[in-house]
Design a protein around this ligand. Structure first.
Ligand code: BGC
Length: 527
C-alpha cells in the first residue's frame, strides 16, 4: 500500500542502542520498498495518457481521444484501462495473506527477497509487453511484490530500528511512497518526449531500479532478532541483536523479545479478539479511516492526474508536468506532517485538511461545471492554472493529514492483543478501497462529470464530522495508556470499555512495548 507504516514507538522502553550501519542499511531498504510502491502508484496514469501506449493496448480509447464529438469526460472510460491500474491492488490484497505466512514462517528477509523477485519479473513483463495480457500479468506480479514488500518492510524496520527513531520511520515510509510517485511523474514527463513510441516501455522498465535495490538489499541484510527468536534460533537472534545495537549489553532487550514472542504465540485467536465489544472503537476507527482516506479522492489524482488534466483539455506535455507539480506538492506536504503531527496533533491536522479539501473540490467542480462543456476543450489558460493550483491545495492538505495519519492512527490505537489482527484488517480495507477507486474512477468521471468532485467533497464533509465527534486525540499518549486516557474519557467510546477486560492486557504490556506496532499482517498472528 499500500503502505503505511510501522510503529509509533510511543511509551516503549529505551534500550541501549547505537545507530549502526545495519540500521542505516535498513532505512535504505525501507526507502526502496516505499519508492517501489510509490512508483507503481504514480507510473500508470502517465503511461495511460501517452498516445503510443493507448494505440498499442487500448485502441478503442485511443480512437476516443481523437474524436471531437465525444464527451470529453468519457474519453477514458474503459474497464480494461482501469484494470491496468487496479489489477495491482487486487493482487496486492491477495498476496498480503501469503505474505503474512512467509513473514512468520520464513522470516522478514526472505519475504522481502520474494517481493524483490516479483517486482523484477513484473517489471520485465511490463517493459517488454506485446499485448494487454502481458501488461496485466506484469501488473499482477508487481501487485504481488507490493503485497509482500508492504508486509515485510515495515515489520522489518519496526524490529530493527532503535525505539527512539521508530515514530519517525512510520511517516518516513509514507514519505518514500510520495517520492516514488513523484519520481514516476518525472520519468513519464521525460519519456513522453521520446520519439519512436517506446517511451512508455522506459517508464515501466525504470521500476526495475528500486526493484533491483530491494532484491540485492534483501540478499545482504540479516533477519531481525524478533524473527530469528520467533523461529527458535535463540542464539543467532541474540548475536544479531548485539550486532545491530552495536553493544554486548543486550540482555534486557533479548529477554523482552523472548517474552514478547511467547505472549504473541499465546494469543490464539487474534481475529476473534478483534470482534469483541471492547475492541470495537479501535476497529471502527481503523476501518473508517481507511475507507475515508480513499474516499478523499486522492488516488483519482495520484493514478489519473495526467488523464484527468487531458480530459480538461490540457495538452499531453502540460498534463504530465502538471502531474509533476502535484507530485512535488505531495512530497513537500508530507514533510510538513512529520514536523507537525506531534505538535499540533492528529485532530487539528485532519480537521484543517477537511476544510481545505472540501473547498478546493467544490471550487474545482464549479469551475469545471461552468467552463468545461461536453464537446469542447475550452478551459482557458487562466482557469487551467487555477485548476492546477486547486488540485495542489487539495493534495497538500491530504499529504499532511489523511495520507500519513490514516496509517499512523490505527497503528497506535490497537491494544497489543489485537494489534496484529487490527493492522491486517487496516491494510486489507485500504487495498480494497484503493482497488475500488482505481477501477471505478474513470467511469465515475464519465457519468458524474464535474460532479465527481462534489461527490468526493461530500465524503470529505462526512469524514470531517466523524473526526470532530468520534476520533479522539492520541498525540503524545503512550500506547499502554490509551485505554485510560483516551477511550475511557471519550463520550461515546467509554461505553465500550469495561475494566475487567483490560486486566489481561496490562499483564502483557511489556510484550507490547517490544513486539510493537506495524503495518501489515503480524508474523505472530495465528491465521
Ligand atoms: C495512500 C495511497 C496514496 C498515497 C498518496 C497513501 O497514504 O494509502 O493510497 O496513493 O498516500 O501519497
Amino acid at each position: 500500500m499500500a503502505g503505511g507504516f510501522g510503529p509509533t514507538g510511543g511509551g516503549a522502553t529505551e534500550f541501549e542502542a547505537k545507530i549502526t550501519p545495519i540500521v542505516i542499511i535498513s532505512c535504505i531498504m525501507a526507502a526502496t520498498g516505499g519508492l517501489m510502491f510509490g512508483y507503481d502508484v504514480g507510473v500508470s496514469g502517465g503511461v495511460t495518457s501517452m498516445p503510443d501506449f493507448l494505440k498499442k493496448f487500448f485502441p478503442v480509447v485511443y480512437e476516443n481521444t481523437l474524436k471531437e464529438e465525444d464527451s470529453n469526460y468519457c474519453k477514458y472510460d474503459n474497464q480494461n484501462l482501469q484494470l491496468f491500474t487496479s489489477s495491482l491492488y487486487l493482487a496486492g490484497l491477495t498476496a498480503t495473506f501469503f505474505a503474512s505466512y512467509t513473514t512468520r514462517k520464513l522470516g522478514r528477509r526472505i519475504t522481502m527477497l520474494i517481493a524483490g523477485v516479483f517486482f523484477l519479473i513484473g517489471t520485465a513483463f511490463n517493459a517488454a509487453a506485446q499485448d494487454l495480457a502481458m501488461l496485466i500479468v506484469g501488473r499482477i506480479l508487481l501487485g504481488c511484490g507490493v503485497g509482500f514488500a508492504n508486509q515485510a518492510v515495515p515489520v522489518f524496520l519496526s524490529e530493527i530500528a532503535p525505539t527512539r527513531i521508530r515514530g519517525g520511520l512510520n511517516i518516513l515510509f509514507q514519505l518514500n511512497v510520495t517520492i516514488g510517485i513523484l519520481f514516476a511523474n518525472l520519468v513519464n514527463y521525460g519519456t513522453n518526449k521520446i520519439k519512436g513510441g517506446w517511451g512508455w516501455r522506459l517508464s515501466l522498465g525504470l521500476a526495475g531500479i528500486p526493484a533491483l535495490l530491494l532484491t540485492v538489499g534483501a540478499l545482504f541484510v540479516v533477519d531481525t532478532p524478533n524473527s530469528l527468536i520467533e523461529r527458535g534460533h535463540l542464539d543467532e537472534g541474540k548475536a544479531v541483536l548485539k550486532r545491530i545495537r552495536g553493544t554486548d549489553n543486550v540482555e534486557p532487550e533479548y529477554l523482552e523479545l523472548v517474552e514478547a514472542s511467547r505472549v504473541a504465540k499465546a494469543v490464539k485467536h487474534p481475529f476473534r479478539n478483534l470482534l469483541q465489544r471492547k475492541n470495537r472503537p479501535q476497529l471502527i476507527i481503523a476501518v473508517a479511516l481507511q475507507i475515508f482516506q480513499q474516499f478523499t479522492g486522492i488516488n483519482a489524482i495520484m493514478f489519473y492526474a495526467p488523464v484527468l488534466f487531458n480530459t480538461l483539455g490540457f495538452g499531453g506535455d502540460a498534463s504530465l508536468y502538471s502531474s509533476v507539480i502535484t507530485g512535488a506538492v505531495n512530497v513537500l506536504s508530507t514533510i510538513v506532517s512529520i514536523y507537525s503531527v506531534d505538535k499540533v496533533g492528529r485532530r487539528m491536522l485532519l480537521l484543517e485538511a477537511g476544510v481545505q479539501m472540501f473547498f478546493s473540490q467544490v471550487v474545482i467542480a464549479i469551475i469545471l461545471g461552468i467552463k468545461v462543456k461536453d464537446h469542447s476543450d475550452n478551459l482557458g489558460k487562466g482557469f487551467a492554472v487555477l485548476v492546477v493550483v486547486l488540485v495542489c491545495t487539495f493534495v497538500s492538505s491530504f499529504a499532511w493529514s489523511w495520507g500519513p495519519l490514516g496509517w499512523l492512527i490505527p497503528s497506535e490505537t490497537f491494544p497489543l492483543e489485537t494489534r496484529s489482527a487490527g493492522q491486517s484488517v487496516t491494510v486489507c480495507v485500504n487495498l480494497v478501497f484503493t482497488f475500488v477507486i482505481a477501477q471505478a474512477f474513470l467511469s465515475m468521471l464519465c457519468h458524474f462529470k464535474f460532479g465527481i468532485f462534489l461527490f468526493f467533497s461530500g465524503w470529505v464533509f462526512i469524514m470531517s464530522v466523524f473526526v470532530l465527534f468520534l476520533l479522539p486525540e492520541t498525540k503524545n499518549i503512550p500506547i499502554e495508556e490509551m485505554t485510560e486516557r483516551v477511550w475511557k474519557r471519550h463520550w461515546l467510546w467509554k461505553r465500550f470499555m469495561d475494566d475487567d477486560d483490560y486486566d489481561n492486557v496490562a499483564a502483557v504490556t511489556n510484550g507490547e512495548k517490544k513486539n510493537g506496532v506495524h503495518n501489515g499482517f503480524d508474523p505472530s498472528s495465528q491465521l
